[in-house]
Ligand binder design. Structure first.
Ligand code: SF4
Length: 125
């Protein structure tokens, strides 16, 4: 039977972000979307990993890098991958950049740039 897969191919960088119930979760998602639109990586479905869907989990083992962007130290994205035994190459946490977690979803462009630039620095290493 054909296994379910998202759109990513095996040689890609996958970018997964946590969910978005706060400003920092929204920032994680926005960062993932921007990086994906810039061709730095390809946004991937965390829900597919959380659901332990075979093709989704397997893809994380086949790609060059798996990047996780979490909003806060609860690390929902990282823990979701760990529970499915998926590798993680880079882990970025939005609150590590001095951005406070609040329930206001209006995102500051400076905060988005801060997370995006920090991510790019980590990608260079
Ligand atoms: S890591 Fe933090 S911001 Fe992201 S989904 Fe979990 S609790 Fe929400």
């Amino acid at each position: 039977m054909k296994k379910e897969k998202c759109l990513s191919e095996a040689d890609k960088v996958l970018i997964l972000s946590c969910s978005e119930g706060s400003n920092v979760g929204q920032l994680a998602k926005e960062t993932a979307k921007r990086l994906s639109s810039q061709g730095i990586g390809e946004i991937y479905c965390l829900a597919g990993i959380g659901g332990h869907i075979d093709g989704f989990v397997e893809s994380t083992h086949e790609v060059r890098k798996v990047v996780v962007v979490d909003g806060c130290p609860v690390h929902c994205g990282k823990k979701t991958l760990e529970q499915a035994d998926c590798p993680i190459t880079i882990h970025v946490v939005v609150t590590d950049f001095g951005i406070r977690k609040i329930s206001d979803f209006h995102l500051d462009d400076n905060d988005i740039m801060k997370v995006e630039n920090a991510f790019k620095e980590k990608m260079k290493k």
